[in-house]
Design a protein around this ligand. Sequence first.
Ligand code: BTN
Length: 255
Amino acid sequence: MTELDLAAVERLLRTEEIGRRINYLATTSSTMDIARGEAAGGAPHGAVVIAEEQTAGRGRFGRRWVSPAGKNLYLTLVLRPAAGRLRALSMIVPLAVCRAVEAVTRLRPVIKWPNDVLVGDRKLAGVLIEGESSGSELDYALAGIGVNVNDPVDDEEIAGIATSLLRELGEETSREAVLAALLNELEDAYYAPTDDVHNGWRSRIVTLGQTVRLTFRDEAYEGTAEDVDDEGSLILRLPDGTRRTFEAGEVTLRR
Ligand code: BTN
């Protein structure tokens, strides 16, 4: 297995905080678990846990995140935003993933609300945001990111729905270049004006204007995805003509 060349990543990094401390693991259960322990132990804003392989990688809604060794990027960032900015991470992180892929390849990924990164209609990258609070205070946030880089995506669990840079480009891409671009774009987006982030995120959302099925807390809703609001919630026009706003959920396009 080829290991990540962290010195090469560092040479490409132009951040002050994000990725300035990296804990690189050969294998782990989930980088979310390790990052949680580090955050609780006082790890600084921007600290990264990255693993070559995860044995219990997880996605949104408790799903499994297939995490074979040595091909992709699996990382979790420790972030320390103000409590009011937790939801903004659901825009900042997928936007940074799109921009990083755009910086390194000729691909132009899009976003399926709220934070799946797609190429065409297949998933290239996933984002998992978790917050840890005590009372009204946000202690820290964790931003988990999985990007399929040099994976042939032949695992039968995901073959029909996932893609990778390798599958899209027909050649391998430097994981170091993608990782450094991602950390750079994350820091830029983190400190960018809220409107810029919102506009950049919104302009990439393929869900808008589509008839969708949204599942939220075991209920399913069908309607037209009309827009997103300032907080990143999805505004759905239901068949009875009413509009309903959803903070979270799983969307399926009904094309
Ligand atoms: C999703 O699309 O459902 C989110 C996927 C998030 C996967 C990443 S891989 C690194 C980090 N560790 C995990 O166990 N999950 C996230």
